[in-house]
Design a protein around this ligand. Structure first.
Ligand code: ZN
Length: 152
């Protein structure tokens, strides 16, 4: 299967450094194996089950910037439509397995995108503790108190 785009595009690198600047850590080159396929998101947060993609405006058919070339326009239109259908299939496969999918356009400000990712990751932390059954809360309560002790 041919790759839609080269990995490590400029837009992707910008988002990675914006995340890094915010102190958000991630691993590179992670593959997510869903029930029916292997997916290679641009950035993966395994624990949070968050898959991030940075989509090229041309290849993924951004409404604002995707100018389909005049010659061979049918060819390009079909190709771009195929890509965007494939994106939907990938998103559905990930979401069916409990993943959250975030897609950013390459034209979007990488620091805005990084902020969205960071806020999502932060939003997961507390509820993860709050929703634990009472019996478990007691055992993990010690470490939570311990971590917060320096704040008080
Ligand atoms: Zn665009």
């Amino acid at each position: 299967m041919a790759a839609i785009k080269s990995t490590n595009t400029t837009a992707e690198r910008r988002l990675r450094s914006a995340l890094h600047a915010r102190g958000v850590r991630y691993r590179l080159g992670q593959v997510v194996i869903t029930h029916d396929r292997k997916v290679r998101p641009d950035i993966v947060f395994k624990m949070a089950r968050l898959a991030v993609f940075v989509d090229g405006c041309f290849w993924h058919g951004c409404q604002e910037h995707c100018r389909r070339p005049g010659s061979n326009s049918d060819y390009w239109a079909a190709k771009i439509d195929r890509n965007s259908k494939r994106d939907h299939v990938i998103d559905a496969a990930l979401e069916a397995d409990g993943w959250t999918v975030m897609r950013f356009w390459e034209h979007q400000d990488p620091s805005d995108a990084a902020l969205v990712v960071e806020q999502f990751l932060r939003s997961l932390r507390r509820p993860a503790f709050q929703h634990r059954p009472v019996t478990e809360q007691r055992t993990i309560g010690i470490s939570v108190v311990g971590k917060h002790a320096s704040i008080n």
